[in-house]
Ligand binder design. Structure first.
Ligand SMILES: NC(=O)c1ccc[n+]([C@@H]2O[C@H](COP(=O)([O-])OP(=O)(O)OC[C@H]3O[C@@H](n4cnc5c(N)ncnc54)[C@H](O)[C@@H]3O)[C@@H](O)[C@H]2O)c1
Length: 249
């Protein structure tokens, strides 16, 4: 079956962390529509189960806290047991917090680093043996425009997103010889629960509007597919032009 953007993921199996809502849920829908079987891995059990039920065949929900080191092996095993392979890992789960640096507590720092950076490391480390065994795979790590430039008061978030970008490139170099591609995706503003308090009117977006979660998902489907077979270690900016410059008002 051909789905989003004409990319064919028939026979592929993907696991999407943070797949229960927001950008992750859009990625789950788009991958499924393109023919992949998809594991939704999230701590939001109710939303994850509802999404899996709505998609029906070829979709499965797994409870996974990406920051729980020991939970990862079981999640990979359950995905493979259910669908027979694991070709694509989308490390999308994320949280955010903000405070001026003098008020940025260690607890705030640790919480975001644990999910947004260490969780991505755990995911990559857990999936690589399986991908090596299969002779290849595609790892798609969710960074942000905040992984490309500074942003006030989001110290841990920005540090984590820069870290994800760097880790993706070091992994791309290490894993290229095994046919495993690793790329990072850098969305601009998309209205989700995470960004509900940000008013897009205050953002300078050259395309003049917020992004849609489905537009980030389209890039994820491309990176999961053979259409990107020569692409690794690359940064995919999907931001309506925010990083390119500030438009005239
Ligand atoms: N929305 C934006 O404008 C934007 C921009 C750039 C990057 N991003 C990134 O996109 C990703 C998705 O964000 P979103 O906007 O859809 O946010 P969201 O809050 O709607 O969704 C985040 C998902 O991650 C899950 N999650 C949180 N902690 C988890 C954990 N420990 N283990 C497993 N799952 C966990 C949540 O339950 C939720 O389903 C994040 O990595 C975020 O940093 C978002």
């Amino acid at each position: 079956m051909q789905g989003t953007g004409g990319f064919d993921l028939g026979g592929r199996v993907a696991l999407v962390t943070g797949g229960a809502r927001g950008i992750g849920a859009a990625a789950v829908r788009a991958l499924h529509e393109a023919g992949a079987r998809v594991v939704i891995a999230d701590v939001a059990d109710k939303q994850g189960l509802e999404l899996a039920a709505a998609l029906g065949e070829g979709a499965l929900f797994l409870h996974l806290d990406v920051a729980e080191e020991r939970a990862w092996a079981g999640a990979i095993r359950k995905a493979v047991d259910a669908f027979g392979a694991l070709d694509v890992l989308v490390n999308n789960a994320g949280i955010a917090n903000a405070a001026p640096i003098e008020k940025f507590t260690t607890a705030k720092w640790n919480a975001v680093i644990a999910v947004n950076l260490t969780g991505v490391f755990f995911g990559c480390r857990a999936v690589v043996p399986r991908m090596k065994e299969q002779g290849g795979g595609s790892i798609i790590n969710m960074s942000s425009v905040d992984g490309l430039r500074g942003s006030p008061a989001t110290h841990a978030y920005t540090a984590a997103k820069f870290g994800v970008r760097g880790m993706s490139q070091s992994l791309a170099v290490e894993l290229g010889p095994f046919g495993i591609r690793v790329n990072s995706v850098h969305p601009g503003y998309v209205r989700t629960r995470m960004t509900a308090r940000i008013d897009p009117e205050h953002l300078d977006i050259p395309l003049g509007r917020p992004g849609r979660a489905s537009e980030i998902a389209d890039t994820i489907v491309f990176l999961a597919s053979d259409a990107s077979s020569f692409t690794t270690g690359a940064e995919f900016v999907v931001d309506g032009g925010m990083i390119a410059g500030i438009p005239r008002r």
